[in-house]
Design a protein around this ligand. Structure first.
Ligand code: EPU
Length: 418
């Protein structure tokens, strides 16, 4: 089993090019299943979740090939319309293939998706939207069995919460459906806009992405296209947190400050200097951060992203004062705190609130990644700690960070994979 060994105490300095966004690449790969000709995706990050998506595409008969950060997806003639439980379990995003399958077939079967354990992650909103679009769905022993009597048709759908996955799934189903689909209370994350932009390049008719009301007019067919996936705003927040926590200065190229505005504005309050460049972000951090006075509440975009909660918390463990987090998206997204406490952090968790009292020192320890972002938080704490930290179960980290140790080495960190 692989682990990351981090020797703390080095200030970070250097320049990195941000990886492509996992949470854009995954739905875009699923969307390519709808296209009648080849798709070429550039800036695709090399991640285990991306390889899992390519295995699903191959299973469905497409041919995926990788060359560095470009993936080519050749369309399939196969009428395979189910995905094995084993493949579905590999990641949460496997569920996005349901919308794509419904775009092409009158019946399909999938099972419930896997993914990081962040608390209950139901798919009720996805399924109720598909039902509105004319899909008959039976849930049986963990399987989701779908049949379409006449055709998948457009519908007016009001989401009870702006779910990212449900919005993407409905978009994938609606682009080839008969008539118009309106999604009210849609998710507004930048990755939704990236998916919509890709689909438009393939010939889809979509308006309103990035806003709460998305309107999709179904078309008869989509063709493949060549597309560059946006940069990963959460990886950006992670490396910014590492630099803020460990101290130092760096330029993150290809970063979009607007996409993580709520994160950047909080980091600004900690005393870090942040400047937006043409295509990147410069950050400089002194010896000690200030705590953040206002409560850090995770919210759907454009609020503070839940995916950046753990990494910012790690950076704040050694700040001056007390910071308070409120996690509003997932029920169980503080699992990293035990490891941070083991390393000397002072964190009290009560329900959805975590209170972080800054300490003078963190100490290296043996810790186990609990999930993707929680694992990254442990690496950051390791960079800030005295002594050596060993992070195991890094398969979680590899789901979302392209060689995290190589990026951090470029910033001068003492970290290696064993
Ligand atoms: N929810 C429901 N019913 C549904 C769908 C969602 O109750 O049918 C609830 C979830 O249980 C959760 C909340 O709604 O409490 C938000 O879930 P959402 O559907 O928005 O999240 P997701 O699509 O499963 C994506 C990202 C996550 C990110 C969330 C929130 C991908 C592949 N995953 O998940 O990313 O945390 O949106 O922004 O896009 C990560 O990258 O580490 C990660 C977990």
């Amino acid at each position: 089993m692989q682990k990351l060994i981090v020797q703390g105490g080095t200030r970070l300095r250097g320049e990195i090019n941000l990886q492509g966004a996992k949470n854009s690449a995954l739905p875009i790969m699923a969307a390519s299943y709808l296209c009648g000709s080849k798709c070429v995706l550039h800036n695709c990050p090399k991640l285990t979740d991306i390889y899992a998506a390519s295995r699903i595409l191959n299973y469905l008969g497409c041919k995926c090939s990788f060359a560095e950060n470009t993936v080519q997806i050749m369309p399939t003639e196969s009428d395979c319309s189910s995905i094995s439980e084993e493949l579905m379990q590999e990641m949460r995003s496997s569920i996005i293939f349901l919308g794509a399958l419904l775009g092409r077939h009158k019946k399909c079967t999938v099972s419930y998706p896997g993914g990081c354990k962040l608390g209950p992650r139901p798919i009720d909103m996805h399924l109720s939207a598909f039902r509105k679009m004319g899909v008959d769905i039976n849930e049986n022993f963990g399987k989701v069995i779908c049949n379409v009597k006449k055709s998948v048709h457009g519908a007016r759908i009001s989401l009870t919460f702006p779910s990212v996955g449900a919005t993407e799934n409905i978009m994938l189903c609606a682009v080839l459906a008969d008539g118009e689909t309106i999604i009210n209370n849609a998710a507004r994350e930048p990755e939704i806009q990236d998916l919509a932009q890709f689909l438009r390049c393939c010939g889809a008719k979509i308006k309103g992405d990035g806003e709460s009301r998305i309107v999709i007019e179904g078309v008869k067919a989509l063709s493949g296209c060549e597309y560059t996936i946006m940069s990963d705003r959460i990886a950006c927040a992670t490396y910014l947190s590492a630099i803020a926590g460990a101290g130092g200065e760096a330029i993150i190229h290809k970063a979009c400050a607007n996409c993580i505005e709520p994160f950047v504005s909080l980091l600004d309050q900690t005393g870090c200097s942040i400047y937006t460049l043409d295509e990147g972000i410069y950050v400089r951090s002194g010896m000690r951060m200030k705590a953040i006075e206002s409560c850090i509440r995770t919210m759907p975009h454009p609020g503070f992203p839940t995916d950046a909660q753990a990494v910012l918390m790690a950076a704040l463990t050694k700040s001056d004062g007390t910071s308070v987090f409120e996690e509003n998206i997932f029920d169980c997204r503080y699992r990293h705190t035990d490891a941070l406490i083991k390393m000397g952090a002072d964190i009290k968790v009560l329900g959805k609130t975590a209170v972080v009292q800054g300490v003078d020192r963190l100490y290296g320890a043996k810790v186990e990644a609990t999930d993707l972002r929680g694992g990254a938080a442990m690496v950051i704490a390791g960079l800030m700690a005295e002594g050596t930290t060993e992070v195991t179960k890094i398969c979680y980290i590899d789901r979302g960070y392209e060689n995290i140790e190589v990026y951090l080495q470029k910033l001068g960190a003492d970290i290696r994979r064993e």
